[in-house]
Design a protein around this ligand. Sequence first.
Ligand SMILES: [Zn+2]
Length: 69
Amino acid sequence: MGMGSKKRVKRLKAQGELYKCPSCGYRDGFHVSFLWGKKIGEGEIYLICPNCHSRFRLGWNISVSKTAS
Ligand SMILES: [Zn+2]
């Protein structure tokens, strides 16, 4: 991790409709954030609850092209 809150990023199951925070019950969806790895242009998208600021990951790995990084 390293960045952001020291709180652990929880793992969410990628199933059903995801709009409700499992930590606090907030029901209006999530903010999106990015955690970049050591390899340039590769990272993971994670979700942040706007209400309790819990962070969640789904294994949503991403890579960007050289022109964009
Ligand atoms: Zn929450």
